[in-house]
Design a protein around this ligand. Structure first.
Ligand SMILES: Cc1cc2nc3c(=O)[nH]c(=O)nc-3n(C[C@H](O)[C@H](O)[C@H](O)COP(=O)(O)OP(=O)(O)OC[C@H]3O[C@@H](n4cnc5c(N)ncnc54)[C@H](O)[C@@H]3O)c2cc1C
Length: 486
C-alpha cells in the first residue's frame, strides 16, 4: 500500500485517537478500518482506478469509513477532521465515473447510505423530502406506490443516491422534459466543512439575493455534505408514447431534434444515435441492423396531449426525410434503456474507454461532433481508436453530446495506459471547449477533469477557488476534486 495521508501526517498514537473519536460519534458498529472495506472504497466506476487495480497497482485507500446516521453526527465528524486536518470524502453509491469519490489522499470516507429515510411526501405541492443517502430506486418505489415519480431516471438509479444525483449535477433519461437533477431541487440540508448545518431556502425561485443553494450543485462534495433534499415530483403519466425513426443523414436528424425543442413540443426524450453507435450499440443491445442515425422520440402525460405532440414531432421528422420505424423499436429501447450501461453491453476492461460528453448550443452542435470525431480518430489512428456518440439530453437552446472513445488493445503497462488515456481526454476536452462545448454535461468533474477547470473558466476560475477557500478554510473536503487541489 502507498503511504496514506495519515501515515505521513499523523504518527504513533494519533490514528488510534482519531478512530476512537470517530467511534464515539457514529458508534463502533458504524466505522470500519478493515483492509477489504478500504479496498472497496478505493475505486468508483471510473476507468482509471479500475485499470490501475487490474494491472496490479496499489490505490490510495481511505483510513476510516464511517456510516453516520444523522446530520449532527456528520457535523461532529467534520469537527474531528478539522482538528487533525484529515480529508473527508462523501460517498453515496460510488457509481460516479469521474473519480469524484476516490480517497485520493486517504482520510475519512463518509458513506451516506444510512441516511435513507423518506421524511415527507407533499402531494399538494408535489414535493418529496428525503435523506440524501437513499438509493434512487428505493425512493422511486415509494413514490410509485402513490402514483408519483421523481422524474430523474439515470441508468444508475439502482445504485446511486439522492445526494449523488445532486452533487455532480446528473441528468436522467427524461431530462429533456423534466430537467436535470438540479432543476428538480427545491431545497437542501447541507453540513458545511466547518460543521454548521444549514438549510437552503425552501423554494428555488425567488429574488432574495444570490442563489447560494446552487453552489452545492456541482460541488461534488468539496463544499460540504448534502444530508437531505426536497425534490419536485410528478404524477406518473397516463401514457408514455415511444417511437423510433431512422435518418440517413445525421445533420437532418439533429435539425429534427432542434425543431422539436425550439417549437416547444416538450418530448420527454430524444435519443439520437450517430451512425457509428447505430451500427454497433443499437445492433448489440436492441438487435436492429440499421444504417444511418437511429432516433427514439418519447412523449408522456395525458393521452390526447401526448398523441398530439407526437403527431407534430413525426411531421417534423417526415419533412426532414426520416423513415418511421414505428412504435415497437421505440418501446424496446425504453424497456432496455439501461442495458446499454451494464455488462455484457457496456464498455469494460480490458478495453480503454472514456465518456467525454459535452453540451453546446444548436448553432455549434453538429460542428462540435465532427470536430471531436476528426480530432480523436486522426490523432490516435495508430491505436485503432473508435469514436461513437449519441445526443441524449436536449434543451430549448441545444443538446448534450454523449460521446465516447474506445481502444480495444491499449498498452498493458499501467503508466503507458494512463498516459494515453489522459492524452485522448485532453484532445477531446480541448476540442470541446474550442468548439463552444463545456468540459462536461452531467458526469461531473471529479478527479478526471479537474485539470481542465482553468481552461473552462479562464479569469473566473479564481472566483470559484476563493469561494472554496471561504467555505472550507482548512481544505478538508474532498481534496483534489473539481480542480481545487489540496
Ligand atoms: C451504470 C451507470 C450508469 C450511469 N448513468 C448515469 C446517468 O444516466 N446519468 C448521470 O447523470 N450519471 C450516470 N452515472 C454516473 C453516476 O452514477 C451518477 O453521477 C450518480 O448520480 C452518482 O451517484 P452516487 O450516489 O453513486 O455518487 P458517488 O459516486 O458516491 O459520488 C459522486 C460524487 O458526489 C459526491 N457526493 C456523493 N454524495 C454526496 C452528498 N450526499 N453530498 C455531497 N457530495 C456527495 C462524491 O464525493 C463524489 O464527488 C452512471 C453510473 C453508472 C455506474
Amino acid at each position: 500500500m502507498p503511504p496514506s495521508y495519515l501515515d505521513s501526517h499523523l504518527q504513533g498514537i494519533q490514528p488510534q485517537m482519531v478512530r476512537s473519536e470517530l467511534e464515539d460519534i457514529v458508534g463502533a458498529d458504524h466505522i470500519s478500518v478493515k483492509e477489504s472495506d478500504k479496498l472497496i472504497y478505493s475505486t468508483d466506476w471510473s476507468w482509471m482506478p479500475q485499470m490501475w487495480l487490474d494491472r496490479g497497482q496499489p490505490l490510495t485507500t481511505p483510513d476510516y469509513i464511517v456510516h453516520p446516521g444523522t446530520a449532527e453526527e456528520i457535523a461532529a465528524v467534520m469537527e474531528v477532521a478539522n482538528i487533525y486536518r484529515i480529508p473527508v470524502i462523501p460517498w453515496g453509491g460510488g457509481s460516479g465515473s469521474q473519480g469524484g469519490a476516490l480517497p485520493t489522499f486517504g482520510g475519512i470516507i463518509v458513506d451516506t447510505k444510512r441516511l435513507n429515510k423518506i421524511i415527507d411526501i407533499d402531494e399538494r405541492s408535489l414535493t418529496v423530502t428525503a435523506q440524501a443517502g437513499i438509493i434512487g430506486t428505493q425512493l422511486e418505489w415509494a413514490l410509485n406506490d402513490r402514483g408519483l415519480t421523481l422524474p430523474h431516471y439515470p441508468a444508475s438509479a439502482n445504485c446511486a443516491t439522492l445526494g449523488g444525483y445532486l452533487a455532480p449535477r446528473g441528468s436522467g433519461t427524461i431530462s429533456t422534459k423534466y430537467g436535470k437533477a438540479e432543476d428538480l431541487m427545491m431545497s437542501m440540508q447541507v453540513v458545511l466543512p466547518t460543521g454548521a448545518i444549514i438549510r437552503t431556502p425552501p423554494v428555488p425561485n425567488h429574488a432574495s439575493g444570490p442563489d447560494y443553494a446552487r453552489l452545492f450543485l456541482g460541488s461534488e462534495g468539496t463544499f460540504g455534505i448534502i444530508t437531505e433534499a426536497t425534490m419536485m415530483i410528478d404524477y406518473l403519466p397516463q401514457v408514455r408514447l415511444l417511437r423510433a425513426v431512422l435518418f440517413d443523414d445525421l445533420s437532418r436528424a439533429i435539425e429534427a431534434g432542434r425543431r422539436m425543442m425550439t417549437r416547444r413540443l416538450d418530448p420527454m426524450v430524444i435519443r439520437l444515435y450517430d451512425p457509428g453507435s447505430t451500427a454497433s450499440l443499437v445492433k448489440q443491445v436492441l438487435g436492429y441492423e440499421l444504417e444511418g442515425a437511429y432516433m427514439v422520440i418519447g412523449f408522456d402525460g395525458d393521452a390526447d396531449l401526448a398523441a398530439l405532440q407526437e403527431e407534430k414531432a413525426m411531421a417534423i421528422c417526415e419533412e426532414l426525410g426520416a423513415q418511421d420505424l414505428g412504435r415497437e423499436p421505440g418501446e424496446k429501447w425504453w424497456n432496455h434503456r439501461y442495458d446499454f450501461y451494464y455488462p455484457p453491453q457496456t464498455l469494460m476492461l480490458p478495453w480503454m474507454y472514456g465518456t467525454v460528453e459535452t453540451v453546446t448550443t444548436f448553432d455549434k452542435l453538429e460542428q462540435l461532433y465532427w470536430a471531436k470525431k476528426a480530432a480523436i480518430e486522426e490523432s490516435y489512428a495508430d491505436w485503432n481508436i473508435r469514436y461513437i456518440g449519441h445526443f441524449s439530453h436536449w434543451f430549448h437552446w441545444g443538446a448534450s453530446l454523449y460521446d465516447r472513445f474506445i481502444i480495444e488493445e491499449p498498452p498493458q503497462d499501467p503508466r503507458g495506459a494512463l498516459s494515453l488515456h489522459n492524452r485522448v481526454w485532453t484532445t477531446a476536452v480541448t476540442t470541446s471547449v474550442e468548439n463552444g462545448g463545456m468540459i462536461n454535461e452531467h458526469h461531473g468533474v471529479g478527479l478526471k477533469l479537474g485539470r481542465y477547470m482553468r481552461l473552462q473558466y479562464g479569469p473566473a476560475w479564481p472566483l470559484l477557488k476563493n469561494i472554496k477557500e471561504a467555505i472550507d478554510p482548512n481544505g478538508i473536503m474532498n481534496p483534489g476534486k473539481v480542480g481545487f487541489g489540496v
